[in-house]
Every structure is written in structure tokens, then in C-alpha cells.
Design a protein around this ligand. Structure first.
Ligand code: NAI
Ligand code: MG
Length: 494
């Protein structure tokens, strides 16, 4: 593992912090309580800014603003095409400010700025454009029912939606939620993750500049149980969309029972990535490495159980090990950095605990396993071989730069083992045999299956989980449905 120097030549400038308050009804306001919390730079552990700490009182104001904007005012009467136009304008403004947004994301989250420039911000823009195009293509159907009736359906926006997002892809998660909500004509109360509120607030500022009317998008930073909990419990929120941990989703589902809100969940995973002995090994090694270590391993779809055919196992392990040894870990604002710090102390501690669990359970720690430096939440790219299916590291979501390699012999055994998890978000297979690829894709219980590739995302392709990895889908046309209610109108013709 190489450590990036804090080379000034290749570091991007530290971005200016523009917005730290709640954004409610088109205004920037302090939390009603006057409280703030600090958002921290994970690379240095230094405070970046004090951010308004919203709670139930602020959520209530935001919901009232969102309700007013939904029931009255320009958003309700605006044509669908005009809604799409405003969304395109927001996407254009994000593009104009791409470098600033990427730097801000990197500063607040710790991800390499090169990744934010190449992935987070462009995918955010793509998502908003994709759903902007949908705004004027949402319609019902006419239905031939028995008797002399004219029966048709209409699609209505579901109403005021509460959106609670995590810290691993802060901007992108905001776009996955705003895109379908705005296209459908809903209004939004969003709570960004407490670790990474800054880019969402900046996006709200740009949304206003784009002309999205007051009250349509409201952003209330704050903590999960307080601000998040208030969204979930609020009587006037029609739907909650959540991305995060399955244990949090269970709490949300219980707390939403009282008001029977519509719920969609995009949760975690323990995704199997399978490499057969007939695969293009160069591509498989690179793909598996990327599929796990990208974004410091903080991906819901991380390929964290890598099943490798026994005949190529040792070679695979040694190639991944050598990639880990040359990986550039360091200052995320340095353009040459490949791996930054984990997002916070809690994630750092969880990952280090799981690494210890792997070692204690007898897995072979081939590379890494330790902290990097003594400042910031950096962890060495870690590789475990000889992992058994039932070890804690093969069952729990680690959400860090820790790969577990498991050996397999044949397809039947493999599918059962691949499905031996409470999760079902993603899966991948590497093989030159089209039959094997199809069989695996058919049998694996996962919402997304990649064949000879990993982490291929597109706003047009639905994404979401089987089993405890979620409910409903985001992206694509499927991602729009949870934001719409179907109204059936039947008219007697005689
Ligand atoms: P989390 O699920 O607690 O946080 C996600 C969001 O939910 C944040 O905005 C948080 O403030 C909010 N939240 C927390 N408790 C809430 C509650 N009671 N009511 C309403 N909202 C609430 O995840 P956390 O603690 O940040 O990470 C823990 C683990 O979750 C990670 O180690 C990882 O395994 C998993 N995770 C999975 C993600 C994914 O993309 N599927 C994203 C983030 C975390
Ligand atoms: Mg939490």
C-alpha cells in the first residue's frame, strides 16, 4: 500500500462552505431550537462547519411548506413539461458547478475527489435528466370493462414525501430520491445523513436558482431518531423513501405503522461475486477489486463475498493482494488518491471490530487489517482468504475495505451458498460460458445481476433488493411507481 503525499500540486482547492442552515419554504433558517451539530472531515477529524440540527419542530414546518406547495401554488398548476424543464435546469447548474460539488463531497465524506468527479456528480446529473424526461410521459390507460362504461386510470403524485438518505453517496442518493418525486409532481422533505449534509444543502440552493418553487424541496439536516423519526411519524407525510441499514428500516416500518405510510427501502447487502475458472482472469480480478474497494467499501452493493473457483483461487488471491499493496491511500482532495478514509469513527470502529472477528475466527488476513496513520479514519485495504460461509465476516455487512474470498467447486453448491444470506441486493458472475451465466442470473436471489462487469449503474436501470435488502425499486420506470397513486375513473355512458 502506498500513502499519498499531501502534494499541493495535485490537490484540489478546499471548497467554500455556503449553506449550513435548514432550507424550508425557500428560506434558509436556523433550527427552531437554535441547536447545531458539527460535520467533520473524515481525513483530518477536524470540524468543517456547524450545521443546523433540525428536529420535530423543523420537520413540522417543512412538512407544512411541502403540503402548501403540493396543494396550492405554482407547482400544482405547473404543466408536467415545465416541471421537467426545471429539473433539466437543475441538472445543468450541477454540471456547471461539478468541480465545486465534487470537492465538497470529498471534503465532507472523505471519498477521493477523482471518484466524486467521475462517478458521484455525473451520475447525479444523469439521474435528474433521466427523470426530467419522464415528467411529461406519465399517464394512465383506458380500460375495456364490462357494460357501457368509459373506464380510465390517471396517475396522481402521492403527495408529500419524506426522504431519508445515507452518507455513502450523499448527492447521488439525493438525486435518486428527488428525481422520481419531482417528475411525479410530489413535494419533498429530505433529511440528509448527519455525517454528510453539505452537498445536499448546496443542491437545494441550486434547485432554488433553477426556479423550483418554494416549498417543493425542503432539506432539514439532523439526526436519525429525532429529525428522521419526526418525518416517519408525521401525520401529513404520505410516503417515506429510505436508504440505509436494514435495522433502521425495521424501526421505520414499525413507526410508520400508525399512519400507514407508503414505504420504499433500499438497504444493504452481502453480495456474492462469483469467479469461474473459465473467466477472463484479468478482467475478473480488476472487476472484483473495484466491486469491493470502490468508495472505501462503503457501497450497499459491494461484492463482499467473492466466491472463487478452487483451481484459480491462489492466483486470484495473490493478484488482489498485489493490487492492495500498490493502492494509493491518503488525502481525498489529492487527485491521485484511490482510497480515502471511512466516513466516521463509528464506521471505523465497526470495521476494525469485524476485521478482528475475521482474524479470531481463523480466516487468513492476506493484506491489511490495520489503521493507516494516526489521524483520520483510514483503514488498509484488507483481504481475507479461507473464509467460511458462516463466519461473521461472511454474513454481516462490513461496509469497509475488507474483501472475503471463499472457495467453491461447482455450480449447484455455489448457488445455495451465494443465496445463504439475509440480503439480496446484487450479485455478479465472471465466466465465458453463457450457460453458466444464465443459470446463475436465473437462480441467484438478487435485484441486480452483473455478468462480467460490476457496479454498472444507469439511471434507466432499476435497482433494489430481494429479501432484507429492500422493498420496491429505485431508478428506471420502476423507480417512479412508488411516487404515484393510480386513480380509476368509471363513467356510465347511458
Ligand atoms: P443508518 O441506517 O442509521 O442511517 C441512514 C439514515 O437514516 C441517516 O440519514 C440517519 O440519520 C437515518 N436514521 C437513523 N436512524 C433513524 C430512525 N430511527 N428514524 C429515521 N431515520 C433514521 O445507517 P448508519 O448508522 O449511518 O450506518 C450503519 C450501517 O448501515 C453501515 O455500517 C452499513 O452497514 C449500513 N448502511 C447501508 C447503506 C446503504 O446504502 N444500503 C448506507 C448507509 C449505511
Ligand atoms: Mg445510525
Amino acid at each position: 500500500m502506498a500513502t499519498a503525499t499531501l502534494d499541493k500540486k495535485v490537490s484540489v482547492p478546499r471548497p467554500k462552505i455556503r449553506r449550513t442552515e435548514c432550507f424550508i419554504d425557500g428560506k434558509w433558517v436556523a433550527a427552531q431550537s437554535g441547536k447545531t451539530f458539527s460535520t467533520v472531515c473524515p481525513a483530518t477529524e477536524e470540524k468543517i462547519a456547524d450545521v443546523a440540527e433540525g428536529d420535530a419542530a423543523d420537520i413540522d414546518l417543512a412538512v407544512k411548506a411541502a403540503r402548501k406547495a403540493f396543494e396550492r401554488g405554482p407547482w400544482k398548476t405547473m404543466s408536467a413539461r415545465q416541471r421537467g424543464k426545471l429539473m433539466y435546469r437543475l441538472a445543468d447548474l450541477l454540471e456547471e458547478n461539478l468541480d465545486e460539488l465534487a470537492a465538497l463531497e470529498s471534503l465532507d465524506n472523505g471519498k477521493p475527489v477523482a471518484d466524486a468527479r467521475a462517478a458521484d456528480v455525473p451520475l447525479t446529473i444523469q439521474c435528474l435528466r433521466y427523470y426530467a424526461g419522464f415528467a411529461d410521459k406519465i399517464h394512465g390507460s383506458t380500460i375495456p370493462i364490462d357494460g357501457n362504461f368509459f373506464c380510465f386510470t390517471k396517475k396522481h403524485p402521492v403527495g408529500v414525501v419524506g426522504q431519508i438518505i445515507p452518507w455513502n453517496f450523499p448527492m447521488l442518493m439525493a438525486a435518486w430520491k428527488w428525481g422520481p418525486a419531482l417528475a411525479a409532481g410530489c413535494t419533498v422533505v429530505m433529511k440528509p445523513a448527519e455525517q454528510t449534509p453539505l452537498t445536499c444543502l448546496r443542491m437545494a440552493e441550486l434547485a432554488q436558482e433553477a426556479g423550483i418553487p418554494d416549498g417543493v424541496l425542503n432539506v432539514v439536516p439532523g439526526f436519525g431518531p429525532t429529525a428522521g423519526g419526526a418525518i416517519v411519524a408525521h401525520r401529513d407525510v404520505d410516503k417515506v423513501a429510505f436508504t440505509g441499514e436494514h435495522l433502521t428500516a425495521q424501526i421505520i416500518m414499525r413507526n410508520a405503522a400508525e399512519t400507514l405510510k407508503r414505504l420504499t427501502f433500499e438497504l444493504g447487502g452481502k453480495s456474492p461475486n462469483v469467479i469461474f475458472d473459465d473467466a477472463d482472469l484479468d478482467a475478473a480480478v480488476k472487476g472484483a477489486h473495484f466491486g469491493l474497494y470502490f468508495n472505501q467499501g462503503q457501497c450497499c452493493c459491494a461484492g463482499s463475498r467473492v466466491f472463487v473457483h478452487e483451481s484459480i483461487h491462489d492466483e486470484f488471491v495473490s493478484r488482489v493482494a498485489s493490487m492492495n499493496q500498490s493502492r494509493v491511500v491518503g488525502n481525498p482532495l489529492d487527485l491521485s488518491t484511490e482510497q480515502g478514509p471511512q466516513v466516521d469513527q463509528a464506521q471505523f470502529d465497526k470495521i476494525m471490530g469485524l476485521i478482528e472477528s475475521g482474524i479470531k475466527s481463523g480466516a487468513e488476513c492476506v493484506t491489511g487489517g490495520k489503521r493507516v496513520g494516526d489521524r483520520g479514519y483510514f483503514i488498509e485495504p484488507t483481504l481475507f482468504a479461507n473464509v467460511d460461509d458462516n463466519m461473521e465476516i461472511a454474513q454481516r455487512e462490513i461496509f469497509g475495505p475488507v474483501m472475503s474470498v471463499l472457495k467453491f467447486r461447482d455450480m449447484d453448491e455455489l448457488i445455495e451458498r451465494a443465496n445463504n444470506t439475509i440480503f439480496g441486493l446484487a450479485a455478479a458472475v465472471w465466466t465465458r460460458d453463457i450457460g453458466k451465466a444464465h443459470k446463475f442470473a436465473a437462480e441467484v436471489k438478487a435485484g441486480t445481476v452483473w455478468v462480467n462487469c460490476y457496479d454498472v449503474f444507469d439511471a434507466a436501470a432499476p435497482f433494489g433488493g430481494f429479501k432484507m435488502s429492500g422493498q420496491g425499486r429505485e431508478l428506471g420506470e420502476d423507480g417512479l411507481r412508488p411516487y404515484l397513486e393510480t386513480k380509476t375513473v368509471t363513467i356510465a355512458m347511458d
